[in-house]
Design a protein around this ligand. Structure first.
Ligand code: GDP
Ligand code: MG
Length: 630
């Protein structure tokens, strides 16, 4: 394909504005027009999953691009997918490469890596909802990359659609001429032809010099049982051919290119990949870890400057993951490692806990990412796991005569006791974010309260709509500690705005903060898996809440059990579990010997499923409940 007939684009939008529906529709329209063609998609979830998009199979392939079960259930896109289609226009056959992007803030990393392979983006806005928090963040991300942005107003089939008002909002928020907005219904297909035409007319063809040194951006990879790692690349300059010797800027390793091709419909080998093309290469990489997303590949012996612009995936939420049955550790570890092959943004290391045994510490991009990962683990790998309370990464600055030393702590177990002067803690810094909330005006007060109660600062707001009518939307911004939003902030935001608020955030560095480690003691022994890091202003409340919860969950013992929350040596909350007289054979006399025996037998049985925590034995279930955060 000559590069002037290629268009690389992506669809960006707030969640639920119709990205997946439009992606399906674009592929389907082509199929409808040319029924003899077979349009298939390669879905890069590691396994061979291919689907054929065809109107006749409509029921089957609803939202083919969202393949993972968890994505279907939650209606969100987690992993970016790539598909190519050919569109005949003005006598030419154009090769259109669609790179689907996830919609949630946790997956901004996936979004930015897919955008790097594009020259343009369709900015999809629901015409009944208008601009939402993530419409703004994805817009800025695309604009920063210099992409041509085509505004598309979706769902105009709905009576509540207000395309003109939303077009004005697009103008006031993004400075885009309302005349550029294309009105469509991804559901009925209305206007979708115009979108295809706009892709060809408005998005520039990829540029790149064929005679320049080879420069290929690696933007994704998948694993094939037979050929090893397959890398998805976008050619920025030069020509890549089968048989070439290439090298990685990042690892400096050299490879022989065994196969090149495009994803159309599935992997189709070609003789070469030219500038502007998006395609795959197989080059005998054995380990997925060799394919670094964001890496630049060049011809061996002809080094080029590596391409900038990839924010490394940065884990912001950490949690310990343990098998319910501690004998299953190796099995769990294997499942998790297999899953990570398809989601490289997860950080992994080993850890252990006295209560839980051997486990893994995983780092996620956000809490939704964590939930999605857990669900995938359960769905795809059948693993029964315990996930400990999420923790954000804190910076702990220690100081002594030889100077300051900063340590990143993302596990409460390693968090110092700041009340202990021998720990030499100078200060604690916590990650903060710039948050933006878009909400109908009438909820502004509630949203401000919510932010204040989560230690929000620098609150500000402005109107999104030009006129201050009753339905006017407000964009509110503030800074929030990340730890405040990893728990239940999002749920509260939704319930206190009757579901109308949308929320997004970006990293805003670190800020000095008064965090302390809270430990829980059962019968005067600390339980390491329960430790938390909390802000000093919350210690009473959090302590009391947890102690109450533990009191409810833990069954009474033969002796009295104090349940305490402590910060350093200070007890901040306490409950006492009164003793139980549990002589199970009491009251059974003489002739009931058999019954007595059976009772003892039962007791033995349940003993086996006990977990020993501190000096008390807990039934497995109570133990799990204790750790479950929700
Ligand atoms: P995504 O989260 O951006 O991928 O959004 P989806 O494509 O999953 O769409 C979200 C919801 O909006 C789904 O229930 C779709 O059926 C619906 N939807 C998408 N486009 C349209 C449209 O043009 N009209 C109507 N009425 N509903 C639509
Ligand atoms: Mg979707």
């Amino acid at each position: 394909y000559p590069s002037d007939l290629i268009r690389n684009f992506s669809i960006i939008a707030h969640i639920d504005h119709g990205k997946s529906t439009l992606a399906d529709r674009l592929l389907e329209v082509r199929c409808f027009r040319r029924p003899h063609s077979v349009w298939k998609l390669r879905i890069d979830v590691g396994a061979k999953l291919t689907g054929t998009i065809d109107k006749r199979q409509k029921g089957l392939n609803k939202q083919v691009l969202d393949k993972l079960k968890v994505e279907r259930e939650r209606g969100i896109t987690v992993k970016a997918q790539t598909a190519s289609m050919i569109h005949k226009f003005a006598g030419h056959h154009y090769l259109l490469n669609l790179i689907d992007t996830p919609g949630h803030v946790d997956f901004a990393w996936e979004v930015s890596r897919s955008l790097a392979a594009c020259q343009g983006a369709l900015l999809l806005v629901d015409a009944t909802q208008g601009i939402q928090a993530q419409s703004i963040s994805v817009f800025h991300n695309a604009r920063e990359r210099g992409l041509k942005i085509i505004p598309v107003l979706n769902k105009i089939d709905l009576p509540a659609a207000q395309p003109d008002i939303i077009a004005a909002q697009v103008q006031s928020t993004f400075g885009i001429d309302p005349a550029e907005c294309i009105q469509i219904s991804a559901k009925t297909g209305m206007g979708v032809e115009k979108v295809l035409q706009a892709i060809i007319d408005r998005i520039p063809a990829p540029s790149g010099d064929e005679s320049a040194p080879l420069k290929a951006l690696l933007f994704d990879s998948l694993y094939d049982k037979y050929r090893g790692v397959i890398s998805l690349v976008s050619i920025q300059g030069g020509v890549l051919k089968k048989g070439d010797k290439i090298a990685s800027c990042h690892t400096r390793k050299k490879y022989d290119v065994v196969e090149v091709g495009i994803m159309h419909p599935e992997e189709v080998p070609t003789t070469s990949l030219r500038p502007g093309q998006v395609g795959y290469i197989a080059c005998n990489m054995k380990e997925s870890s060799e394919a670094h997303v964001g890496d630049t590949l060049h011809r061996a012996g002809e080094p080029v400057e590596s391409m900038p612009g990839f924010k490394l995936a940065k884990a912001m939420v950490y949690a310990g993951v343990y098998p319910v049955d501690s004998n299953d550790f190796l099995k769990m570890e294997e499942s998790i490692k297999r899953l990570i092959l398809t989601d490289r943004s997860v950080e992994i290391s080993r850890e252990s806990s006295t209560a839980l045994g051997q486990g893994l510490r995983l780092g996620f991009l956000g809490t939704l990412h964590m939930d999605v990962f857990r669900q995938r683990l359960e769905d795809e790998h059948d693993a029964n796991v315990i996930i400990t309370a999420p923790t954000v990464p804190y910076k702990v600055v220690y100081g002594d005569r030889s100077g300051n030393r900063t340590e990143i702590v993302s596990n409460p177990t390693n968090f110092p006791d700041i009340t202990d002067s021998t720990a030499r803690v100078k200060e604690i810094l916590e990650p903060i974010v710039n948050a933006s909330i878009i909400v109908p005006e009438e909820y502004l007060g509630d949203m401000m309260d919510l932010c204040f109660s989560h230690r929000g600062e620098n609150l500000d707001h402005r109107y999104l709509d030009v006129t201050g009518s009753a339905s006017s939307r407000i964009m509110m911004t503030c800074t929030l500690p990340l730890t405040e939003i990893v728990t239940d902030f999002y749920d509260k935001l939704k319930s206190r705005s009757s579901g109308f608020a949308s929320f997004d955030y970006e990293d805003a560095g670190y800020q000095k903060s008064n965090m302390v480690k809270m430990t829980f003691l059962l019968n005067n022994k600390p339980v390491d898996a329960l430790a938390l890091i909390v802000h000093r202003s919350n210690e009473q409340e959090v302590g009391r809440q947890w102690v109450k919860k533990l009191h409810k969950i833990i069954p009474r013992q033969l002796f009295e059990v104090p349940i305490q929350a402590a910060v350093g040596r200070r007890i901040v909350a306490r409950e006492t579990l009164s003793a139980l007289r549990a002589d199970v054979t009491a009251g059974l006399y003489g002739g009931h010997y058999e019954r007595k025996l059976k009772h003892l037998e039962n007791q033995k049985e349940s003993k086996r499923q006990m977990k020993r925590v501190g000096s008390i034995d807990l039934p497995q279930e109570a133990f799990l409940d204790m750790l479950r955060t929700k």
